[in-house]
Design a protein around this ligand. Structure first.
Ligand SMILES: Cc1cc2nc3c(=O)[nH]c(=O)nc-3n(C[C@H](O)[C@H](O)[C@H](O)COP(=O)(O)O)c2cc1C
Length: 190
């Protein structure tokens, strides 16, 4: 099921067709495809081209898939367990040159994630980001350095029919997508 965004202006179809679905099919996402998505993400802009991101990647069947699944909040597990893969988006919060706080790291990771998701859309692959996970668990499970901040777990996979989902996820899958009109957030529109 497509949930193409009903835009006011002629927004590109790749952007209109990206959405955070929850119904994943059994089809595998190849390692090559995951690497393509991650490389696409790395071509996002970042302040001073510092590229302050890192990822953990796991495909279903990998030990790390279960380790990441165990870090999700209960509300995400019923549908996210059917994903073909997870990508954990991690911000590098310290500058390598002097260890000081990197104030745009989280911004730049967001650009990475969005670029990765657009690439996935072009490949017919769904990316559903989740902040509903325990970052402390990820840090402990993967022994991450103190400067690494897990921000998001992305569930990745091919779309299946909405009817595979139980409530409340089925209703969410069927609800039309919506956005505030641009007039609501352009602060200085004449
Ligand atoms: C940082 C972030 C955290 C999110 N966390 C969750 C989550 O924990 N569970 C969930 O089902 N969706 C989560 N989402 C998905 C959003 O609900 C979704 O992107 C939003 O409703 C817009 O829908 P769309 O992506 O289909 O356009 C998250 C999205 C982002 C960007």
């Amino acid at each position: 099921m497509m949930k193409t965004a009903p835009t006011q202006y002629p927004v590109n179809d790749l952007i209109r067709n990206r959405w955070s679905a929850r119904s994943f099919s059994d089809k595998e996402v190849s390692k090559e495809d995951l690497l393509t998505m991650v490389e696409a993400g790395s071509w996002a802009f970042s302040a001073s081209n510092i590229q302050p991101w890192a990822v953990l990647m796991a495909r279903k069947g990998d030990l790390d898939f279960q380790r990441i699944l165990n870090c999700l909040m209960p509300g995400n597990i019923p549908w996210a367990k059917n994903a073909a893969a997870f990508i954990v988006g991690i911000a590098k919060t310290k500058l390598e040159r002097d260890g000081s706080f990197h104030k745009t790291a989280e911004h730049d990771l967001g650009a990475f994630d969005a670029t990765l998701a657009i690439q996935a859309t072009s490949m017919g692959i769904i990316v559903h980001p989740m902040a509903g996970f325990d970052p402390e668990k990820v840090i402990a499970e993967f022994k991450l350095a103190e400067s690494l901040k897990p921000m998001v777990v992305m569930a990745v996979g091919y779309l299946d029919i909405p009817e595979k989902l139980e409530e409340p996820f089925l209703s969410r899958e069927l609800t039309p997508r919506s956005r505030k009109p641009v007039q609501d957030f352009i602060l200085n529109l004449g």
